[in-house]
Ligand binder design. Structure first.
Ligand SMILES: C[S@@+](CC[C@H](N)C(=O)[O-])C[C@H]1O[C@@H](n2cnc3c(N)ncnc32)[C@H](O)[C@@H]1O
Length: 205
């Protein structure tokens, strides 16, 4: 669903350089030390905000290319005084060249846009060129967790994984949400409430 442009949300991004980064500064303590996790396509941020609140010992990078949406996420971080998240309000592809190998402890991809037309397959966040980058960026033993309600994207992702170097730890067609290990995303809440099955894949480097 397209989000209507909101000037206040876009302005907020520029008003908070302590949260919203234009590029990764690997010398900045936030990016230089500790356990760092990333979510690609964070949306309005329910998942990353609540995960970060639950794990103050970790650091999180939220990547969201729609600036209004990234502004909503930033508003939530400010309102809930979350200090262990940074926001990159741009396309995930612009991040890759900025980052070294073996960098993240974990990667989350929640309800990525399915791009159902075959001619758009390259845009899917689990297209093999993306998986190659994720593999490079993860530390050894680091994991990638994917959730989606979309059957086509789930099947496509499993096919791309089979051609990758990743170890497939689990793939569940009907993943039962477990609050002790997981946090709901806004799309997940919506789709669960209308009875969609949620698919989940866990990979390890
Ligand atoms: C369907 S929404 C899901 C949002 C959230 N992860 C959730 O589960 O509720 C997908 C989000 O990914 C963002 N997105 C898609 N492709 C992206 C890309 N290449 N770089 C950054 N963000 C992207 C979209 O703008 C959108 O907000």
């Amino acid at each position: 669903m397209r989000t209507k442009y909101k000037q206040w949300a876009v302005d907020l991004l520029g008003e908070h350089p302590e949260i919203v980064i234009e590029k990764i500064d690997l010398k900045d303590e936030f990016f230089a030390k500790g356990n760092l996790f990333v979510e690609f396509g964070s949306g309005k941020g329910d998942f990353i905000v609540n995960t970060a609140l639950r794990h103050p010992e970790n650091k999180y990078l939220a990547v969201e290319k729609v600036r209004t949406v990234a502004g909503f996420l930033t508003r939530k971080l400010l309102d809930q005084k979350v200090e262990n998240v940074r926001v990159f309000a741009n396309d995930v592809a612009l991040l890759f060249d900025q980052l070294p190998d073996n960098y993240f402890d974990g990667i989350f991809i929640n309800f990525a846009d399915p791009w159902p037309k075959k001619k758009h397959a390259k845009r899917r966040l689990t297209f093999h060129t993306f998986l190659e980058q994720y593999y490079r960026l993860l530390k050894n033993d680091g994991y990638l967790i994917f959730k989606s309600d979309n059957d086509g994207l789930y099947e496509f992702t499993l096919e791309e994984i089979a051609l990758s170097k990743f170890k497939l730890i689990s793939s569940e067609e009907d993943y039962k949400f477990d609050e002790s290990i997981d946090v709901l995303t806004e799309y997940e809440s919506k789709f669960r409430s209308i009875g969609h099955k949620i698919h989940r894949i866990v990979l390890q480097k």
